[in-house]
Each structure stands twice: as C-alpha cells, then as structure tokens.
Write a protein that binds this ligand. Structure first.
Ligand code: SAH
Length: 326
C-alpha cells in the first residue's frame, strides 16, 4: 500500500490524523482488503478501494520448493520485476527475504541478480508490500534484506520499511540488513540507527585482489575500511556483525584463505555465516568436506561460525539466485 498516497487521500477528505494509522494497523496484521476494516465507515472504505490500491505491487507468479520455501514474482506499477522469498523452518521460524531494488547495479560475479538489468530503488511501501503479501499467508517472525539489490544504496526507503516491521510482528532484533559494504550507507547506519537491527557484511574473500575479482565494488570501498566501520558499530551498539562468506570451490575455500579470514576478524565482534554456493552458472560450490575443514580453522581461532541452511534451491529462490529476465 502506498502509504504516502494513503495519507494524502485521507487528509484531502478531512479525515482525522489517526485514520492512516488505523488502516496501517489492519494491513500490518494481515487484512486482505479494506472491506475487513470494520472501524472505518463503509463510504470511506469504498473511497480507499477506488483511490489507494491495496498493494503497490502486482502479484505475477509463485513457485513452491520441496522444502516449503515460496518465491513470488511481483511487478511494480511502472513495470519493474521484484522477487521475494518466504522461508519456513521446522522450528517454526518464518522468515521473509525481501528485495530493496529491482535488479542490482553491483556486479558481484557469483550472484545472478548482478547480471540482470538494474531497474530502480524500491519505495518503502514496495518493500513492505512484499512482506505484507506473505503476512497475509501466515504470521512472520524474521526478515532479511537479502533479496535483489543493495539495501544501503537505498538507505532511506529500506530504513523506513524496517522501522514499520514491528507492527507486522517482526522485531528489530529479528531483522537483518545485508550489505556489500557500501560505505556512505554503512556510515549512516552506524551513526543513526539506534534500533537493534542486525547488520551482515558480504565478505567472500579476505585477500584484496581476490575480493575485487569477486566483488568489483571492493576497489571503491576496500574491505579494511568496511571492517573498521563494523568495529565502530560494535563499539557503539554492542551488537555482533555477521560476516557472509559464500564457499566457492578452488576460489576462496582453502585453509590458507581461512587463516587469512581469521586474521581479519575479531571473535568478539564478528560471527561468520558460511554459505554453500547456490548454482548461478559461474562457479562450483565447495564440497561439504571443504566447508567443514574451512570451518575447523575458524573454530580453532574461536571465531563463531555457522553453515547456512540452503533453502529453495530447486526453484531458484536461494541466495544469489534471484534474477528476472522478463
Ligand atoms: N547486496 C546485499 C544483499 C543481498 S544478500 C549483499 O550482497 O549483501 C544476498 C547474500 O547472498 C549475499 O551475502 C550474497 O553475497 C550471497 N550470494 C550471492 N550469490 C550467491 C550464490 N550464488 N550462492 C550463495 N550465496 C550467494
């Protein structure tokens, strides 16, 4: 729902200021349409139906994985494709993975989104409408900004959406923003965000040459400055930073490379998430053995780490697989 349009429409009709909040509360709790909002008059509901589309995104397609993961393709009003994913876990966790941009202007070599055409930044409402779509299916408790796009290139809209998530039932502690380390946005995040929203950094290579090959943005914002900013975050906010590291066979998964990674990370500040590579056609994923050996090096250095559970690979809904060519 375009919340700016909603507020304008209500104000134009001389409605009291709390009306927008009422509509938002119904929507955030999973209402399917204005007709359910029984504390609004019937004529007002009819006006909203006419002038404020219930979602700013059009549902276009859906795929369900054998593991229960659902991927949805939406279209913005001006025709840009947007994908979002709902992950279901056995322990009851329901996690939405949302896009912050249609496509992505960055060109990380292992990520399919980087190879599709970049559209534009999404608005806060378009980001929330991905979440609300899933909220109408079932209650959610986690959210990650790990879909298409670089969230910190779209700082204001991403934070605007993130701040409304508690109304949808997702606390800040269960909200994670993942970034390649876009410094202008990262600095603002560290300086400004007092809510306990979690921060994840896509690292993928400790050696500067290798990281620049995998993620060309490293030439612009070199890793040491990004990690300094993460330490500043830890000092200010006392929250650990997650490091994401996609495991690419023969590229970044050797024991020497694990040792290089250890040398960069302070066990007090960082927690590593090793991500099995999801096929996008460019690399081979590391074997389970190679991942375990790499993790062993981190364990011995007492750097906390986990291996990410892969979800939705069979429907190309896993990390790095979101790309729409239509
Ligand atoms: N642009 C942000 C948000 C996207 S998050 C960022 O990169 O952090 C998506 C996560 O999945 C990132 O950590 C990304 O590096 C990782 N990823 C990308 N392609 C992948 C692939 N093919 N297999 C596994 N993980 C991948």
């Amino acid at each position: 729902m375009d919340l700016t349009l909603l507020e304008r429409t209500l104000a134009d009709r001389g409605e009291p200021a709390f009306r927008a909040r009422q509509v938002w509360e119904w929507t955030a709790r999973g209402a399917a349409g204005y007709e359910e909002m029984t504390n609004l008059s019937r004529p007002l509901r009819a006006v909203l139906d006419e002038s404020v589309p219930f979602s700013s995104l059009t549902f276009e397609d859906e795929a369900t994985s054998a593991d229960g993961t659902v991927k949805v393709l939406f279209r913005t009003a001006d025709g840009h494709p947007v994908e979002a994913v709902l992950m279901r876990y056995r322990d009851g966790r329901r996690s939405a993975c949302v896009s912050s941009q249609s496509g992505c202007p960055l060109t990380c070599t292992f990520c399919a989104t980087g190879s599709m055409r970049f559209g534009r930044n999404l608005t806060a409402s378009e980001i929330l409408d991905q979440v609300l779509h899933f909220r109408r299916v079932e209650p959610l408790n986690h959210l990650v900004f790990m879909g298409m796009g670089e969230p910190l290139l779209n700082y204001d809209e991403v934070l605007g959406a993130a701040c409304r998530l508690p109304d949808v039932g997702i606390t800040h502690r269960r909200t994670t923003i993942s970034t390649i380390g876009w410094m202008p946005g990262l600095k603002r995040f560290v300086d400004e965000v007092e809510q306990p929203i979690r921060l994840a950094i896509s690292l993928h290579g400790a050696d500067p040459r290798l990281r620049s090959e995998l993620m060309p943005v490293n030439d612009r914002y070199p890793l040491p400055s990004v990690l300094d900013e993460c330490r500043r975050y830890f000092e200010l906010r006392h929250r650990k930073v997650f490091v994401e590291y996609v495991m690419l066979a023969g590229v970044n998964d050797s024991l020497e490379q694990a040792t290089e990674l250890v040398a960069l990370l302070d066990p007090k500040v960082f927690k590593v998430n090793l991500i099995p590579y999801n096929p996008t056609g460019f690399f081979e994923g590391s074997s389970r053995d190679a991942i375990d050996r790499f993790k062993g090096v981190l364990d011995r250095a007492r750097i906390p780490s986990t291996v990410r559970l892969t979800r939705g690979r069979d429907i190309a809904a896993a990390c790095g697989q979101l790309a729409v060519t239509r």
